[in-house]
Design a protein around this ligand. Structure first.
Ligand code: HH2
Length: 263
């Protein structure tokens, strides 16, 4: 899943793809590089970010969603607002990426109505305050309990389990230690029986471990991608598509084996 932030202020690529034509070029480049899904977002969720209205958000992403879907991409819309998701689904998106984990009942009903895929992400608090003092009894057990409750609620609303993709929400109300623990124990979530997504690309815990600034976190991001594949993660939400595809291919080949003509 390639990230396409049509925002002036995202933590890593803010401003880069704000102009529509640049966003579309980036979408096509990511598909050429091997992305299967393009995740289009109009509102930054970086710590401390201020929310937009639904109209402002749609105004930023509408044409990009429509054009990317028309060009044949599977489009995911990164929004927690049902008004924005509804428009995106009508414009050709087929996945809703909801960082609030279907907190809004209207979003739950919309996803059920459309029969689309949905990313259910865990977040402690809200983007405005989530990094102030994240705390858990046991971060993996707490996130798993949240997933179980959300799966039950979604199934109660007639969302099928095969359409639910679980995401522990790296950096969303979590310290660096929490993020590392979640990555280490990603396979604990497999027993819930849903596909899984991880969004660790260029995030600040990589900086906390290595000292690298946001522009120089690709190696750390690739290390996490390879570990995630090994632990059974199905979708990686990333900025650097071509590099991640190579890392994933190698990690998969180690796991599954491959036959070479020239061995
Ligand atoms: N992370 C970000 C945004 N959306 N969605 C899911 N499912 N999982 C994530 O980990 C995730 C997400 C934050 O990263 P980014 O989009 O690069 O930045 P910003 O929120 O500042 O636009």
């Amino acid at each position: 899943m390639g990230i396409l932030n049509v925002t002036p202020d995202s933590f890593s690529d803010g401003g880069l793809h704000h102009r529509e034509e640049r966003a579309l070029t980036r979408a096509h480049d990511m598909l050429d590089e091997g992305a299967d899904i393009i995740d289009v977002g109009g509102e930054s969720s970086r710590p401390g970010a201020e929310p937009l209205t639904a109209d402002e958000e749609w105004w930023r992403i509408g044409n990009v969603v429509e054009d990317a879907a028309r060009g044949g991409a599977q489009v995911s819309v990164d929004t927690y607002k049902p008004e924005v998701a509804r428009k995106a689904l009508s414009a050709g998106a087929s996945m809703v990426n909801d960082i609030t984990g279907l907190a809004d009942e209207r979003m739950m009903r919309l996803v059920a109505e459309h029969g689309c895929e949905v990313v259910v992400m865990h977040m402690q608090g809200t983007p405005a305050t989530m990094q102030e003092n994240p705390s858990y009894e046991d971060v993996v057990a707490d996130v798993a309990a949240f997933f179980e409750e959300r799966i039950d609620a979604a199934r109660g609303a007639n969302i099928t389990k095969k359409n639910i993709i679980l995401d522990p929400g790296i950096g969303f109300g979590k310290s660096a230690a929490h993020n590392l623990e979640l990555i280490k124990r990603l396979d604990d979530f497999k027993s819930l029986g849903c596909r899984m997504l991880l969004g660790a690309s260029r995030k600040s815990f990589i900086g906390a471990v290595t000292g690298a600034d946001v522009e120089h976190r690709l190696p750390g991001s690739l290390a996490v991608a390879a570990l995630a594949v090994e632990k059974g993660v199905d979708v990686l939400r990333v900025h650097d598509v071509i590099e991640t595809v190579q890392a994933v291919r190698v990690a998969e080949a180690v796991g599954e084996g491959i036959s070479y003509d020239n061995d």
